[in-house]
Ligand binder design. Structure first.
Ligand code: C2O
Ligand code: CU
Ligand code: CU
Length: 447
């Protein structure tokens, strides 16, 4: 029976379409009982609906923009064609009242997410994000699965969204005092004793680093930003900078136990770093478990030697600015255009942070492997789309541009730093002469 089942999976050709209507519109977002703000939502809810698909499915999203300003959707972590990436260099933002259809095949299993990629410091703060889960054939068996989207909201004294307050927020990024899980500050989870669940965390906040803890209980990390790890990693905390995700195997817990999903103090060298509660977990009566997390989750073949020589250096920097207090830079320039990349040419990038605070580096559309951090290979191999780079340090990453030519980008996922210039567009080209045309077609970049 079991082998027959496996056999069918291996030869099954899927051509399923997952069709989703998303309307970006203002709606009441209830953060907690009686605590309401005017959110900008997908379909009236924050987070937006969780989109679920299987590897190989075609996802079709019909976006209708009922906001008063233009918007786009970026599919964070998905290896899809450039034209579907949702940035202002590949599409003109969808005007108020207009619609746009995103259509792409989802090639990889993992925990991904989608969010506005236009005026993000406002649109994402107000709620324009959601999760996108892709499942493969060989997922670990768990008793239950949950998607937990972490966010923080900054309110002013009237209880409305605080307006962007200039220099300090540009410098540190916007951190809010209302911490929410799946849009709610009063989230409580009930789990059964004796069971093991898969919790897929997404850090959707603008600037908050989450050093995730389950009240000190141990858990296993089983997935990163680019799908399953090779083997579970047992730990009591996991660092999630903005944009990052982690899948964990949580439990089994003991009946009657109660603990918080919380963020431990982390020094990102900007803003406050305290211990904060996101949600409370209560463990109820025991139930039978069918969970089995294999010791080997998958194999990830290395794409480059640990000491491969960098082909490019990307410097995350900062400089004082008369106009803004601070500009954030890539290779000395705010809103940089980086050199083109050739399809099929292995990229070894040294990402160096010369500034005095942490920055989460995010590459659109392609997974990378981390080869080293300050010269030391990472503890385990994984595919990633986001990596934290602490101050005065550098990471070397390797990635292979497959045949998806077009304009792509990378940036710091602290939204205010991205907006303040810590981003670059670059062309992925089949031939060197293709670059000029692509870059000429670039829209203007926001400041
Ligand atoms: Cu979540 Cu430009 O990215
Ligand atoms: Cu940054
Ligand atoms: Cu930009």
């Amino acid at each position: 029976m079991q082998s027959e089942h496996t056999h069918i999976h291996h030869h099954h050709v899927r051509q399923r379409e997952v069709v989703v209507q998303l309307e970006a519109r203002e709606a009441v977002w209830e953060l907690a009982p009686g605590k309401r703000v005017k959110g900008w939502t997908y379909n009236g809810q924050v987070p937006g609906p969780t989109i679920e698909a299987r590897v190989g499915d075609t996802v079709v999203v019909r976006l209708k923009n009922s906001l008063a300003e233009p918007t786009t959707i970026h599919w964070h972590g998905l290896r899809i064609p450039a034209a579907m990436d949702g940035t202002d260099v590949v599409q003109s933002p969808v005007a108020p009242g207009a619609s746009f259809e995103y259509r792409f095949v989802v090639p990889d299993a993992g925990t991904f997410w989608y969010h506005s990629h236009t005026n993000e410091t406002v649109q994402m703060e107000r709620g324009l994000y959601g999760a996108l889960i892709v499942r493969g054939d060989d997922e670990p068996v768990v008793d239950a699965e949950r998607v937990l989207e972490l966010d923080d909201v900054a309110l002013n004294w009237t209880g409305d969204f605080a307006s962007f307050s200039g220099t300090i927020q540009r410098h540190n990024g916007r951190q809010g005092d209302v911490l929410v899980v799946n849009g709610r500050a009063d989230t409580e989870l009930s789990v059964a004793a004796g069971q093991t669940e898969r919790w897929r965390f997404v850090n959707a906040s603008s600037a908050r680093y989450v050093l995730l803890s389950l009240g000190g209980r141990s858990f296993s990390m089983i997935g990163g930003t680019g799908g399953l790890l090779e083997a579970p990693v047992k730990t009591t905390s996991a660092l999630l900078p903005p944009g990052d995700r982690v899948d964990i195997a949580a439990g089994p817990f003991a009946e009657g136990d109660t603990f918080d999903i919380e963020s431990l103090p982390y020094n990102r060298h900007a803003g406050r770093t305290k211990r904060n509660r996101f949600a409370t977990v209560r463990v109820g009566a025991a139930k039978a478990s069918r969970a089995s997390i294999p010791e080997r989750l998958r194999t990830i073949a290395p794409i480059a030697a640990a000491n491969a020589t960098p082909t490019r250096r990307v410097v995350l920097g900062e400089k004082l600015s008369l106009r803004h207090g601070m500009d954030f830079l890539i290779n000395g320039e705010s809103h940089h255009t980086d050199k083109p990349v050739m399809v099929g040419e292995l990229q070894i990038w040294e990402v160096a942070n010369t500034s005095h605070m942490d920055h989460p580096f995010h590459l659109h559309g392609f997974f990378f492997q981390v080869l080293s951090e300050n010269g030391t290979p990472p503890a385990y191999r994984s595919w990633e789309d986001t990596i934290n780079v602490p101050p005065k340090s550098s990471v070397v990453i390797a990635w292979l541009p497959d045949d998806r030519p077009g304009m792509w980008m990378y940036h710091c996922h602290i939204l205010e730093h991205h907006a303040a210039g810590m981003m670059a567009n670059f062309a992925v080209v089949r031939a060197p002469e293709d670059a000029a045309g692509m870059q000429a077609g670039m829209g203007h970049c926001h400041t």
